[in-house]
Design a binder for this molecule. Structure first.
Ligand SMILES: [Zn+2]
Length: 329
């Protein structure tokens, strides 16, 4: 799969938490050739079903992104905003953003505030409006905006905003296209509102009532200045989740994933992070409890507009998902 083109196609959709309809529709079109049924539920989750005789397996990757939401339009035409999910002021200052209607602007800092003291409240969006009336013709309070930074590849890496978690959406589509043996009853769920607290996966897990849950998401990858935030290293393979702040993975699922990776010679590593949750957090406590694990793609500069993954880790993740989907459970 050409991951760069898929990421560019997904990022061209407006898909911040709570307004994922465009991206769900795009993913539905891409998944339909491989599915028995595809439907979008009440909250907006896209549920792709491929029937099989075995236990129910639910793969979940969130399709929402973090973003900005307009809270106030000032008389000078500048916009104050709140954040949707974990937006860090230092990551978005002096970067471009795009509203659903195509209006674009840049994030700037109020005069007199130092870089080290700034909070989200000190930032504003400048959409080039000459005054409040002009600005109100372009956007209104409650409108949301997403990053419009570019995506590109290096020899081994992919860099883009919202690899969290669109790279896992792409990986899930790729796995779907590679599955040949329909041993299990497979559900591929592209979830909504993960960045606001794992919200979409709750009703999805309730309605599917799976026997196994696998969250596919990015995880903290090592960086030069801070190798200690998590255990995962870019280029070392698919990261089998052991723990994040929302879940301790089921030992049966960890064992299954690690055994499959070893048997199929898929590069893998263990993933332990002490902050940040995933959809595994809500799936494992659905109904009477679900055997749940996760496959993670190590990612640097998480929640910045220049997230970076290693393409070999994406391939390893696709292979591990495909192996799990086809395994007689
Ligand atoms: Zn994520």
């Amino acid at each position: 799969m050409d991951y760069l083109s898929v990421i560019e196609m997904l990022n061209a959709c407006h898909g911040p938490s709570g307004d994922e309809r465009q991206i769900a529709t795009t993913l539905k079109r891409l998944a339909e050739p491989y599915a028995d049924t595809c439907h979008i539920d009440t909250l907006g989750n896209l549920i792709v079903h491929k029937k099989g005789p075995g236990p129910k397996v639910m793969f979940a990757a969130h399709m929402d992104s973090i973003g900005l939401i307009v809270t106030h339009i000032h008389k000078e035409g500048y916009l104050s905003f709140g954040k949707l999910g974990g937006v860090h002021p230092e990551s978005i200052l002096h970067t471009p953003f795009r509203f659903k209607n195509g209006v674009c602007g840049v994030v700037a800092l109020r005069p007199g505030v130092s870089l080290k003291d700034m909070t989200i409240q000190d930032l504003y969006l400048d959409i080039g409006a000459k005054n409040e009336a002009h600005a109100r013709r372009l956007v209104q309070v409650g409108d949301t905006a997403v990053s419009r930074m570019p995506s590109f590849t290096t020899e081994t890496k992919l860099v883009s905003p919202y690899l969290d978690n669109r790279i896992s959406c792409a990986a899930m589509l790729d796995a779907l296209s590679h599955i040949r043996a329909y041993t299990n009853d497979l559900y591929f769920v592209f979830t909504v509102q993960e960045e606001l607290g794992l919200r979409g996966s709750k009703p999805a897990a309730y309605s599917i009532d799976p026997d196994y849950g696998i969250a596919v998401d990015v995880t903290v990858g090592e960086t030069w200045d801070d190798p200690q935030k998590g255990s995962s290293i870019l280029g070392d393979g698919a990261a089998v989740k052991i723990m994040d702040s929302s879940v301790i993975c089921h030992p049966d699922v960890i064992k299954l994933l690690e055994t499959l990776a070893m048997e199929s010679k898929i590069p893998f590593q263990r993933d332990v992070i002490v902050s940040g949750g995933t959809d595994a957090g809500s799936i494992h406590v659905a109904r009477e409890g679900v055997r749940t694990g996760g496959i993670s793609i190590p990612c640097r500069y998480l929640h910045s507009p220049v997230e970076m993954v290693d393409l070999s880790d994406v391939t390893a993740t696709v292979r591990l998902m495909t192996a799990f989907a086809q395994k007689k459970l």
